[in-house]
Design a binder for this molecule. Structure first.
Ligand SMILES: [Zn+2]
Length: 196
């Protein structure tokens, strides 16, 4: 950002790291922070560090948590595992308030072109969870080509364990991300999931 003094430029650069934030928005955010009182600015900065220091990843499901295992892994029905790409997809499903099972966050999907292979996402951790108590694995990865390929790969493996595998009904348009699906669509896709 030409024309700004160094401390402001530095702040703009930090906001520019956030997804969906272009130079103009980063500039607006930085100036908003500068307009805050010192107390507000401190609260803002402290919240970043507080979250960073107190949030960890659940060793079972891979979701963000402040306890390990997370509350969902500790309290919910472990016979059903819903497999999602990212932690934010857990929030999308949780918002429905209809699912009572546990999750498995992959942390991505297989993507040979981008060099994402089997060891780069949490597949081994998922397969390790397939003990006798698991009755169904719901595959809720995106409907993108990579999401589908990942679902197919997981399904083949899970079926070898004699565990039922289902895929969300195709109410969500191809390539759309789970988190952007509206609640009615997502709820219907969940309800009408099909065994594969
Ligand atoms: Zn967990």
């Amino acid at each position: 950002m030409p024309g700004y003094i160094e401390p402001i430029e530095k702040l703009i650069r930090q906001f520019g790291k956030l997804p969906g934030v272009g130079p103009k928005t980063a500039q607006r955010y930085a100036l908003t922070v500068l307009a805050m009182s010192e107390g507000e600015a401190r609260e803002f900065a402290d919240a970043v560090m507080y979250a960073k220091q107190n949030v960890t990843v659940c060793s079972v499901c891979g979701n963000y948590t402040d306890t390990d295992p997370c509350r969902i892994c500790r309290t919910r029905d472990r016979s059903t595992i819903c497999v999602v790409q990212e932690a934010k997809d857990v929030l999308a499903v949780e918002r429905l308030g209809e699912y009572h099972g546990v999750y498995h966050v992959l942390g991505g999907v297989l993507n040979p072109l981008k060099g994402v292979g089997r060891d780069d996402i949490r597949l081994a951790e998922l397969f390790r969870r397939l003990t006798g108590e698991v009755k169904e694995v719901i595959l809720a990865t995106d409907t993108s080509a990579e999401g589908e390929a990942t679902a197919t790969y997981i399904a083949r493996f899970v079926k070898e364990y004699g565990v039922k595998v289902t895929r969300l009904a195709q109410g969500i348009s191809i390539g759309s991300e789970l988190q952007y699906a509206d609640e009615v669509t997502l709820s219907r896709a969940f309800l009408n999931r099909k065994e594969i």
